[in-house]
Design a protein around this ligand. Sequence first.
Ligand code: MN
Length: 228
Amino acid sequence: MSEFCFAPAPQPMISISGSTHFFPVRRIYCIGRNYADHAVEMGHDPKTSPPFFFQKNPNNINETGNFDYPAHSHDVHHEIELIVALHSGGSNISVADAHQHIFGYSVGLDMTRRDLQAEMKRLGRPWEVSKAVEGSAPTGPLHLVEDTGFIDSGKIEIAVNGQKKQESNLEMMIWNVSEQIATLSEYYELSAGDIIMTGTPSGVGPVQKGDVMIGSIEGLGELKVSVS
Ligand code: MN
């Protein structure tokens, strides 16, 4: 047993629907521009863009039901996303085998300091400051793949203060979940505990303190998050 010079940080985790166990989070991978309509609204041609990824910090996972509006931004956006959690991994996983590594799914949000992201893009700098923000990965509980089956389609939507903002279907992803796992595994060694935020459809927009976001994905229930 190693002795640490101070207490190690708590293990980031996600609760599991119908279970007293928790899913320990190792890494958070996120795909960019994975719904054609969102790529277009951000000014890109979806057909010419290969998949690309960025990461959030594992301890950005947030199951409190609250999101603290972060500093240094006046344009924080919601991005409703399907979260895929892995119970195993590896390198160079084939598209055909990728689904075998899926542990479960949840409804997630990729909260983004959009103004800082635009500035970093303009300057050709990394996106972390816009994406790897405290509490910026609100999530609902994971639903086991044994219960849900493999999810390739289904309604995904979010309302802010009762007004629908994003509404699409998971089958509108440019790169499906298996393709995302396969591509990521070419660049990284995937492992149990990794989660993937699988991209957001069009309709992203700003939130303000006091707003209430309710996201949902067919078969995975609702995620309610207040902004404070
Ligand atoms: Mn996103």
